[in-house]
Design a protein around this ligand. Structure first.
Ligand code: ADP
Ligand code: MG
Length: 701
């Protein structure tokens, strides 16, 4: 067995418990996985600052001093701990929002510590959640210029695996791995052509850099490799598909489409909608399977484009389906589509995880005898027992919630040929990203909103101004409008946020008392039918206020709701804020988005809120989002729902490298499309390994 394949539990310093944690939380189960678990930054431990040297929040600092004056402030879940940190020249404040008890108990008063963190200014310099070290215990690491920092999760930290532990494990790992244990993953001719550092040296230098220069070379090599294989994969996938992808031809634009277009379409299509429908129509005629991504900002009218496309399928005697990421969204699509075609001979039905046995039976039968034309649903649609008579078109709404694997599963829903696929997304994806993520899809953009929409006014307000905000809401409700109030939900602390939400609900109910006001509440803990009931009350206008977590983030369409209040807006990523804001501005009334936050904000959070107030252009926001997030920012990547996690490359700053890597992959495939030449053997094998891993993961998640 190769050394790299050794299970991680055999590494010095890793027992069975740690091994299982590493595997579950970081997907690290072998020596190789650990070798490829890269630091996201390096700390300069060779340099100490004095508290009085701190002049900006731009750089993190390492300080040496004592910690004293612990104070608990606030109460309940808003409780925080502050302390004074003093060195020989002065002092600053330290603050913790989590693990208060642990901090208080474990820090010895009067003892000298080394702390490290990014300062921020708020009535003086403060460091939140500093890294704290005992200088005596950790002596050996002190004068290192590049001390690697690894991201971990809350759970890992609780299991005693922090960044420092991982650095230690890396040390143990690299003391047993020899040059010969690492086989090169790029062919020699590519290494030479692009002047890349060999793999072994790159891996060593990425964990324990010797100099700036070697670090930068190691980085380029590893980034290049990452981007190169992604591009190689996409280009190969695309080429293979183009060769094989015979698809149904939808010859006619028939009765249903024309009838709907002339008699039942309640408004004129925007030019962008017309253009995109034309593009889709063209795809349907080529004889190849259509795989198209429809990108359109929130409210740009994607549902209608989907419906028109589905009508073409029906006109050609095929069935169509549309799949949404949540039950709420699926029900809403179902309602919308049913209303649109209610006077036409089109049979529409809905299938979700909560459909009853009886409903399922009806759907299965009508799918198989062909009497059902359009099926709307959640991922329940891709279950193996859902069998169509002749599925011709599958639409996937809000793609970012679905993986590529699910897209592939739809392919087999027609045993003759794969159905045409349309993927709709409101997440505006910058070009660099779409090339990487969706390189195998053709792309259409609906870059125009329906006429008459007034731009949403966005306001940032502090918690202290809450009463003024409530007054504003009351005035708007008096005018007949409806309001969303959204609370953040962060995966790791569900209960915590649930409390935020219920507290919020109570205070809203007090400020907006019955019988004058009625308040709905929707959150992830409700059963689907309860959610649906609350949604319906709001849609029908029986309640004026909808208190919710981000379950309403995507797709929900209630045109009379014209105000979106986002609580703790600083906790949301930019793209999420944009999605939430997109829930309003759908009717004729002036709409508002109010971003509530505490007064104390990190500079990044402030920037996000500023961007939200200054633009409603989803593409601008997406670009800014990528810039702000930067490389290796795992947590916010997960929050924003970007489906791809790059280990080291960064799609904003590495565009140049991305283009070079794409060019290199293109050149390889042009000369050797099957990767069958001996010098490309490495590529073929490596690609297989990477591809298998991806499939494995998409099946699990
Ligand atoms: P999204 O692209 O976010 O999915 P929807 O399809 O939900 O947007 O459409 C948003 C709203 O705009 C819906 O109420 C829809 O009926 C309406 N709409 C769609 N197209 C047009 C149009 N061409 N003119 C006017 N309103 C439109
Ligand atoms: Mg939509």
């Amino acid at each position: 067995m190769e050394v790299l394949d050794t299970p991680i539990k055999y590494l010095r310093g890793v027992g069975p418990q740690k091994a299982s944690n590493l595997e579950k939380e970081l997907n690290v189960s072998t020596f190789e996985d650990l070798a490829y678990y890269f630091p996201y930054k390096y700390i300069d431990k060779s340099k100490f600052y004095f508290t009085t040297d701190i002049t900006s929040d731009a750089v993190a600092v390492q300080l040496k001093g004592v910690i004293s004056n612990f104070r608990l402030e606030g109460s309940g879940h808003k409780q925080r701990l502050t302390a004074k940190f003093s060195d020989e020249k002065g002092s600053i404040e330290l603050i913790w929002f989590q693990g208060l008890k642990w901090v208080q108990e474990s820090i010895v008063r009067g003892k000298e510590y080394i702390i490290y963190g990014k300062p921020s200014y708020y009535q003086g310099w403060t460091i939140a959640h500093p890294e704290i070290e005992d200088p005596i215990k950790n002596q050996e690491t002190v004068p290192v210029k590049f001390f690697p920092q690894y991201s971990t999760s809350e759970k890992l930290k609780n299991g005693k695996i922090n960044s420092r532990t991982i650095a230690l494990l890396q040390k143990n790992l690299w003391s047993v791995i020899k040059t010969t244990d690492i086989s090169e993953t790029l062919p020699k001719y590519i290494l030479q052509k692009y002047r890349l550092m060999p793999l072994y040296d790159s891996l060593r230098n990425i964990h324990f850099p010797i100099s700036d220069e070697l670090l930068s070379k190691a980085r380029s090599r590893l980034k290049f490799e990452e981007l190169f294989y992604i591009q190689l994969n996409i280009l190969k996938f695309k080429a293979d598909k183009q060769e094989k992808s015979v698809g149904f031809v939808f010859k006619v634009v028939g009765e249903n489409f024309n009838n709907f277009y002339t008699h039942y379409l309640p408004f004129a299509l925007t030019n962008a909608q017309k253009r995109v429908v034309k593009e889709i129509r063209k795809d349907f005629l080529t004889g190849r399977q259509c795989n198209r991504l429809i990108q359109g900002d929130v409210g740009s009218g994607k549902t209608l484009v989907a419906l028109l496309s589905m009508l073409i399928a029906v006109d050609n005697n095929f069935q169509a389906c549309i799949m949404a990421p949540t039950e709420i969204l699926a029900r809403q699509h179902f309602q919308t589509i049913k209303d649109f075609v209610k006077d036409m001979p089109i049979n529409v039905d809905i299938l979700t995880g909560t459909s009853t046995k009886k409903e399922r039976k009806r759907i299965h039968e009508s799918l198989q005898d062909g009497s059902l034309n359009i099926l709307v649903g959640t991922h329940a649609l891709i279950e193996p027992d859902v069998v169509f008579k002749n599925l011709g078109l599958a639409v996937i709404d809000e793609q970012h919630r679905f993986g590529v694997a699910q897209r592939a599963m739809l392919y087999s829903k027609n045993s003759v040929l794969p159905p045409h696929i349309l993927v709709m997304t409101a997440t505006p994806i910058p070009r660099t990203l779409s090339m990487t993520l969706y390189g195998d899809l053709d792309i259409s953009v609906i870059d125009e909103l329906p006429p008459g929409r007034k731009p949403i006014k966005t306001i940032h307000s502090y918690d202290s101004k809450r009463l003024m905000v409530f007054k504003f809401l009351k005035d708007q409700i008096a005018l007949g409008r409806q309001v969303y109030i959204v609370y953040p939900l962060i995966e790791e602390s569900k209960n915590f946020d649930y409390k935020d939400l219920t507290d919020g609900y109570e205070s809203i109910s007090r400020a907006f008392p019955q019988p004058q006001y009625n308040v709905s509440m929707v959150h992830g803990k409700l059963r689907p039918d309860e959610k649906e009931f609350e949604m319906q009350r709001f849609i029908k206008g029986e309640t004026q206020i909808m208190v919710a977590t981000t379950v309403i983030e995507v797709g929900v369409n209630v045109p009379n709701a014209s105000i979106m209040v986002i609580e703790s807006a600083e906790k949301f990523g930019l793209s999420q804020l944009h999605q939430l804001r997109g829930r309003v501005g759908r009717g004729d009334d002036q709409s508002y988005c109010i971003l509530m936050s505490s007064f104390k904000l990190s500079s990044d959070a402030r920037k996000r809120l500023d961007i939200m107030c200054s633009t409603t252009d989803g593409f601008v926001i997406a670009e800014e989002d990528l810039k702000l997030r930067g490389p290796g920012d795992m947590d916010s990547t997960q929050q924003s729902g970007t489906p791809m996690q790059l280990k080291i490359a960064d799609l904003v700053h590495d565009t140049g490298l991305l283009n070079i890597a794409r060019g290199a992959a293109f050149d390889v495939l042009e000369v050797d499309p099957e990767l069958s030449k001996p010098e490309n053997e490495i590529l073929k094998l490596r690609r297989q390994v990477i591809f298998n891993k991806e499939q494995h993961w998409s099946r699990i998640s």
